[in-house]
Design a protein around this ligand. Structure first.
Ligand SMILES: N[C@@H](CCC(=O)N[C@@H](CS)C(=O)NCC(=O)O)C(=O)O
Ligand SMILES: [Fe+2]
Length: 364
């Protein structure tokens, strides 16, 4: 089996990939939206098919990538039925079992407290606790239906009763620790070891932590699998139109096929065409990637919105006009170029190597 612990530096969030190189089934737990391309590339590199994108809870400090993973790869999204995230495909309940890769199972253990709908996932000897049990700590209980008493009960009765050697993989760590065990937490966690329920509640009620920086943005978005208002509408339409194709086709194959049907040009040729002018330059990455740096004059049109937004852009009103499209590496832009062709655009080019190659060529 393949297991990877991924880290988001911005929010100190851990994301987990569990996959089977034989059956190709893959599962992500708590993916972060800003890493969507990394996930897609990682899955493609191992030729994996993302089956589920699961949440331990509706996060208050970052936005999930689940909705985008559903749009792009056809993964099913899952979050507890107690989270008020009705747009998720699977409303998870205590005791649910996710089967994958033949005999593999992920078991759901309800661990309310940090939020009402917080759950932990148990796979083999590994426990993914989200923000219920953290290494040497636990999730705060002062918002989203938090409940310190419930948190104490589920951690002491449901998690600390698992075998001592069970590995504890948390949803965050703010001190660069990666993994713990049930024995370690049961015997040394300062909030829980040797503490009564009353003492624990007293500690939790007096943490006085500032609100997470992104809470007002993250909680509403995460109730829609991390999609913003525009993407939510697009998601419904996309789901109907493209899901069956995405479920059965691997990303890699889709890119390969697209590249056979479109015209790619390299960075040098792109630069030349842009200098000559009279070409529409489109950046088809996500908004956050665009914000972090883009080619001058590029129009932002994320891949997931292409079908819906292209028709409304005045720059794309003339379907015979030359269009140059790029992404980070040249894969998404190949897919986007093919889509534009299918929409009737007759002069579409994709930039091979994408923004990374563009930047490299500028420094070399
Ligand atoms: N400084 C962080 C706040 C992080 C935070 O409050 N994290 C929650 C989990 S979503 C928590 O329970 N933290 C436990 C703690 O800080 O003790 C931010 O602004 O995002
Ligand atoms: Fe959290």
């Amino acid at each position: 089996m393949l297991f990877k612990q991924l880290f988001d530096q911005e929010t100190w969030t851990y994301t987990y990939l569990i996959a089977d190189p034989v059956s190709k089934d893959a599962i992500l737990i708590d993916p972060v939206n800003t890493h969507i391309d990394e996930y897609i590339e990682l899955l493609a590199a191992h030729d994996l098919q993302l089956k589920y994108s699961l949440e331990t809870h509706v996060h208050a400090d970052h936005i999930t990538a689940s909705g985008l993973l559903r749009q792009r790869l056809g993964a099913q999204t899952g979050v507890s039925g107690l989270c008020g995230a009705e747009s998720a495909d699977i409303q998870i309940q205590d005791g649910d079992i996710f089967k994958f890769a033949g005999n593999e199972q992920i078991k759901v253990i309800a661990t309310p407290g940090h939020t009402r709908g917080s759950i932990s996932f148990l796979w083999r000897d590994r426990l993914f606790t989200g923000d219920s049990l953290l290494i040497g700590g636990c999730g705060r209980t002062d918002f989203q239906g938090g409940d310190a008493g419930a948190q104490y009960d589920c951690i002491t009765q449901r998690l600390f009763t698992l075998p001592d050697e069970t590995l504890v993989y948390p949803g965050h760590d703010y001190q660069q620790r990666w993994v713990s065990s049930i024995m370690q937490e049961r015997t040394t966690n300062p909030r829980l070891a040797g503490k009564t329920r009353e003492q624990f509640i007293e500690i939790m009620n007096n943490l006085n932590l500032p609100k997470p920086r992104l809470i007002d943005e993250a909680v509403p978005a995460n109730r829609y699998c991390g999609l913003d208002e525009d993407q939510r509408q697009d998601a419904v339409a996309l789901r109907d139109e493209t899901l069956p194709i995405r479920v059965t086709t691997k990303t890699e194959d889709m890119v390969m096929t697209a590249k056979q049907h479109i015209t790619e040009i390299n960075v040098g040729q792109s630069r030349q065409l842009l200098r000559e002018g009279n070409i529409v330059l489109i950046d088809t990455r996500e908004e956050s990637e665009y914000a972090a740096g883009h080619i001058d004059g590029a129009l932002l049109l994320p891949r997931g919105m292409l079908e819906f937004k292209a028709g409304n852009l005045p720059e794309l009103a003339d379907k015979s006009k030359a269009i140059l499209i790029y992404c980070r590496l040249g894969n998404r832009s190949a897919l986007a170029a093919q889509t534009l062709q299918q929409l009737g655009y007759t002069n579409v080019l994709s930039m091979a190597g994408g923004f990374e190659a563009w930047e490299k060529s500028q420094t070399s």
